[in-house]
Design a protein around this ligand. Structure first.
Ligand SMILES: [Zn+2]
Ligand SMILES: [Zn+2]
Length: 455
């Protein structure tokens, strides 16, 4: 077996593939293919063990990342993070980091990481000189196959979302106590392990960038252009928690809306809603569902039914939007009358008609409660006439002139009996009876004065 003569010292959290490239470079090989060729004849169950044997038994420690491109060097991430999260196809780097220390950071190999948190710069996966994608099949750690120095490539400022995600990924990879305190994200994420965090970022980023279909797999995430968009969207949803997350939920609702209006949660949020409660059903993701619940409580103007058992009971019962049917039942009127109340501004609500002509909609709970209370005090025409001291003829004249406005009745909603709001009638009283009322008041003052004198 061939022993390697030169052993460059590995760095903590160095990319496993990057470390092997430095090893190949240090031993004068033209590329990692040579190392791969030699490893084929070494003993060991994976690439890292074979390399360790070639180094005379020195163990290779502190490295992270899966090695995938070279058959005899293949190895899983020594830190145990599944291969699906690593980008073995197209390496990325931060030129400024390479300039200060020429080794490959493990975080650059994480597929969704698109920025360097130290330099707030975008990672680079294309050579600025030959414009070819970077490759692991090269001879120098800090140079492209065309000979251009990677550390000399221009720095591009990264979007804040990308920086936030990379900062948090770096912290979980390093798993250093207090590492999360320096990151831009706040506490709910501190409890997530690398696998959970990356799954969540891919999920949020995937939904934010997706056109509405179920984004289970994101194509070409190994390309910087795709990773940048996904990572930025995921970071935007996580920073300033829960503001960014709520605005993502708002966008998901409007996407669901564009297809066909539906007041049902499952229709508007699609698989996102199911995933929140199934795929992210474990305790460590409580914060996601908690904020979904509070978003629904504040912003959702569709229906909530008892079947939405996943939401908290208080959200379901205190939910401020109720279906037209419920409003109609509580008011004791038909649904079309509820619609007319909405159209006349007596209720806050929304009405939608489907292409099939079916009417659906929701009513805000607080306005429904006030209207129910108000409706209990509605006056008939006879009661109104009596309150305003009007003759039948006088009442119809006022009705015709529009001064006396019914809330229900033949010209309003087709009902046979006129109804008037007690509040409206009370307000109309002083206008109509101003003079009379004044003289009456004077009379009552005089009486009181008299009474006072008599005592
Ligand atoms: Zn950097
Ligand atoms: Zn190049």
């Amino acid at each position: 077996m061939n022993l390697l003569l030169v052993r460059p010292k590995p760095f903590q959290n160095e990319s496993a593939t990057g470390d092997l490239l430095r090893l190949a470079e240090g031993n004068g090989f033209t590329s990692m293919h040579d190392l791969d060729f030699l490893a084929a004849r070494a003993a060991g169950s994976d690439g890292l063990e074979r390399v360790s044997a070639m180094l005379g038994g020195t163990s290779v420690t502190g490295l992270r990342g899966a090695i995938t491109r070279f058959p005899s060097l293949k190895a899983d991430d020594p830190g145990g993070l599944e291969q699906q999260f690593w980008n073995g196809r197209r390496p990325r780097c931060c030129p400024a980091c390479l300039a200060s220390d020429p080794y490959w950071r493990a975080s650059w190999d994480v597929e969704i990481v698109a920025a360097c948190p130290s330099h707030r710069a975008e990672l680079l996966d294309l050579c600025g000189n030959c414009h070819q994608p970077l490759s692991w099949k090269r001879s120098h750690i800090a140079a492209c196959n065309c000979g251009a120095s990677l550390s000399g490539m221009p720095i591009v400022p990264a979007p804040v979302g990308c920086i936030a995600v990379s900062r948090f990924v770096c912290a979980v990879l390093e798993d250093a106590p207090g590492a999360s305190q320096i990151c831009a994200l706040s506490s709910p994420f501190d409890r997530l392990c690398a696998r959970d965090l990356l799954t969540l970022c891919t999920f949020l980023g995937g939904y934010a960038c997706n056109d509405g279909s179920r984004p289970t797999k994101i194509a070409d995430l190994h390309k910087m252009s795709v990773a940048r968009a996904i990572s930025q969207a995921a970071g935007d949803a996580l920073i300033d928690w829960p503001v960014g997350y709520h605005s993502l939920l708002g966008r998901l609702i409007s996407k669901g809306c564009s297809a066909a209006y539906s007041a049902r949660l499952t229709k508007r949020f699609g698989y996102f809603y199911t995933a929140l409660y199934k795929r992210f059903g474990d305790k460590q993701f409580d914060f996601l569902r908690h904020e979904f619940d509070s978003y629904i409580r504040k912003e959702w103007s569709g229906q909530l039914a008892d079947r939405n058992r996943r939401l908290s009971e208080s959200t379901r019962t205190e939910h401020k939007w109720v279906p037209l049917t419920t409003a109609a039942r509580e008011l004791g009127v038909k649904r079309n009358i509820v619609c007319s109340f909405i159209n006349r501004g007596m209720l806050s609500g929304q009405i939608h008609s489907t292409t099939a002509g079916r009417i659906s909609g929701t009513v805000r709970r607080d306005t429904l409660n006030s209207l129910c209370a108000e409706k209990a005090r509605w006056l008939t025409l006879a009661e109104t006439r009596s309150a305003l001291h009007l003759s039948r003829k006088g009442a119809y004249a006022l009705l015709k002139s529009g001064k006396l406005r019914p809330v229900s009745g033949p010209t309003v909603d087709g009902r046979t009996i006129w109804r008037f709001s007690a509040t409206d009638v009370a307000a109309l009283g002083p206008q109509l009876l101003g003079h009379l009322a004044n003289s009456k008041n004077r009379g009552s003052v005089a009486q009181t004065d008299d009474g006072g004198k008599q005592r």
